[in-house]
Ligand binder design. Sequence first.
Ligand SMILES: [Zn+2]
Ligand SMILES: [Zn+2]
Length: 388
Amino acid sequence: MPIVNRVADLLPEISAWRQDIHAHPELMFDVQRTAGVVAEKLKSFGCDEVVTGIGRTGVVGVIRGKTGGARTIGLRADMDALPIEEATGLSYKSQNPGKMHACGHDGHTAMLLGAAKYLAETRNFDGTAVVIFQPAEEGGGGGREMVNDGMMDRFKIEEVYGMHNYPGFPVGDFAIRSGPMMAAADRIYIDIEGLGGHAARPHTSIDTVVVGAAIVNALQSIVSRNVDPLESAVVSITQFHAGTADNIIPQTAQLRGTGRSLTPETRDLVERRVREVVEGTARLYGAKATVTYKRDYPVTKNHERQTAFAAEVASQVVGANRVDTAVPPVMGAEDFSFMLEARPGAFIFIGNGDSAGLHHPAYNFNDEVIPVGTSYWVKLVETALRAS
Ligand SMILES: [Zn+2]
Ligand SMILES: [Zn+2]
């Protein structure tokens, strides 16, 4: 397997960084320790610029190649962990109660640090590599914050690439597709107002529990009856809050959920139908419902040319037979999508082997992925910005 030799030499060091980050998980934008470790290492590698505080706690490192080409590409990793109590029993398990690196962002950060060390050492490319370490991927939109902070223009990033580990795929196998790769994820908030009263006198009330139940059922018809069967969408109601006692019909009820889609047309359709179905169903029962449909992460949409390029680089590392170039999209979401809206680029999955699933308390990033993922990053830079 053509793992870059120097990257193989760095493996013990990169694994040690990964395990140190794993032991100290931090949430959302509060990644001060992790961002501090990242910035300090980037400086020690001799990066030409290290800038902290982008998108609140994001870090950017700039590495210029030997020759002064004008082209610049961005490589992105995420640094945040999840509010889960770790159940791995690892020697380097989380030292922060209730927090855990259960999505492998410890591995993503360590691999990109490894690539930065190699690139700063060798500089065997023509142009500039920008390494991006973002906070708050898990629901906080840290990627959006970094883009809104002007990162793309400030560092003149022309193309941007991201990578996520994938449990269940063989270690180091790659999977990618052109076009929609991950879903748009929107937040649905529904507030129902009825008429509270005595549970023994339902005819004098408007029962928000019955209205809410009808709404939950009616919403199921959007995916089954409104969305084209060849398109993809999800409408999941995940919270239903109402009531305070056995003998009281509650005046109000609140529903919460998520709407997901892979195209702008389906996204518009889901939003429109959620509003119509909720408001119409409430009216049917004499109640009033208000819908807040908050568009959150957009579709993670890979650009065609950059996807073909990323697949070719992955093939250089592990062989074309281990690169799936037409993996089905998934309905999870990624805030790398904001970077792909700002610049062309591609997001790729890398197999984590037979591990527990992402966001599971027994999950662990597989250190055997490190040489493959780090080699992918360095070959991506050396190929995209090939020194003449
Ligand atoms: Zn995650
Ligand atoms: Zn993740």
